[in-house]
Design a protein around this ligand. Sequence first.
Ligand SMILES: [Cu+2]
Length: 99
Amino acid sequence: MKKALNAFIAAFAMLAAFSLHAADVANGKGTVNKINNDTGSLNISHEAIPALKWPAMTMDIKVADRKILSEAKPGQVISFGLTKDPKVGYVISHIEAVK
Ligand SMILES: [Cu+2]
């Protein structure tokens, strides 16, 4: 009985860890429209991000670190990582130019 309970708890913990991971990080691809130094964000027209159930759209996304702002160039196509900040929501963790 105790063994079955432990197996149940382990399975539940694995499921919880998996769903947390799936929702907390994601990757996207899009075009940088504008660098907003005042708000610490990039305006990006991004493709759909299925992991977050986000459709394609144009939006401002805050960066996790301001050095990302200096890496970005308007008109550049980038792939980017998103992480979930408990206060701000999804923020860009890194960007990479797509050739
Ligand atoms: Cu969006």
